[in-house]
Design a protein around this ligand. Structure first.
Ligand code: S3P
Length: 171
C-alpha cells in the first residue's frame, strides 16, 4: 500500500488524525516534525532559531523524499507545501489528504496548544495567520486527492471519512 499523506495548516490535526488513522489501518505513523527533531537532536523552535527556516525546509524536503517511498501514514508539517520540490512530490502522489479548516478553528487550536512550539505562529494574531494560510491554501488544494473539512468534527468522524475514501479508492 502506498503511503497515506496528511497535509494542512498548523492546528488542522494532522498528528492526531494521523495517529488514529495509523492505528485503524495498522500502519506506522511517520510524524515528520518529530522525526526531524529526533534525527537532528533539536526542537523545531531551536532549529528555526539557530539554523534558520531554509535549513529546516531542506531537512523537511529530504525527509519527505525518504518517507514517501514506503508504506505508512505520514503526518507532514504545515509548511511542507512551501518547498517547490515538495509540491511536485505531493502532486505526484495519490493518497494526499488535505485537512482543511477555517482560520477561526486553526487559530483557536494553535493558541490553546501548550505542547507544540510553532515559530511561525508565535505571537501572530489571527489576521496574520490568515495571510499565511492564504499564501498556502491553493498549494494544499492542488496537491490534495481528498479534502476533508475539519471544522466542528471529532477526530473519529474525520478518521472515518478518510477510511471510507481509502476503501473506495482501493476498489
Ligand atoms: C510549520 C508547521 C509546523 C512545523 C514548523 C513549521 C509551518 O508543523 O513543521 O513549526 O511552516 O506551517 P505543524 O503543522 O504540525 O504545526
Amino acid at each position: 500500500m502506498k503511503p497515506v499523506i496528511l497535509i494542512g495548516f498548523m492546528g488542522s490535526g494532522k498528528s492526531t488524525i494521523g495517529k488514529n488513522l495509523a492505528n485503524k489501518l495498522n500502519l506506522e505513523l511517520k510524524e515528520m516534525d518529530q522525526l526531524i527533531e529526533k534525527r537532528l537532536e533539536m526542537s523545531i523552535a531551536k532549529l528555526f532559531e539557530t539554523k534558520g527556516e531554509d535549513f529546516f525546509r531542506n531537512a523537511e524536503h529530504h525527509l519527505l523524499k525518504e518517507v514517501i517511498s514506503s508504506e505508512g501514514v505520514i503526518a507532514t508539517g504545515g509548511g511542507v507545501i512551501v518547498h517547490e520540490k515538495n509540491q511536485e512530490i505531493l502532486q505526484n502522489s495519490d493518497q494526499v489528504i488535505y485537512l482543511n479548516g477555517q482560520i477561526e478553528t486553526l487559530y483557536e487550536r494553535i493558541t490553546q496548544d501548550k505542547i507544540n512550539n510553532r515559530p511561525l505562529a508565535d505571537s501572530v494574531n489571527q489576521t496574520e495567520l490568515l495571510s499565511l494560510l492564504t499564501t498556502r491554501k491553493k498549494d494544499y488544494e492542488k496537491a490534495a486527492n481528498l479534502i476533508v473539512n475539519i471544522d466542528e468534527k471529532t477526530v473519529d468522524e474525520i478518521t472515518q471519512e478518510i477510511l471510507i475514501w481509502l476503501r473506495e479508492e482501493a476498489q
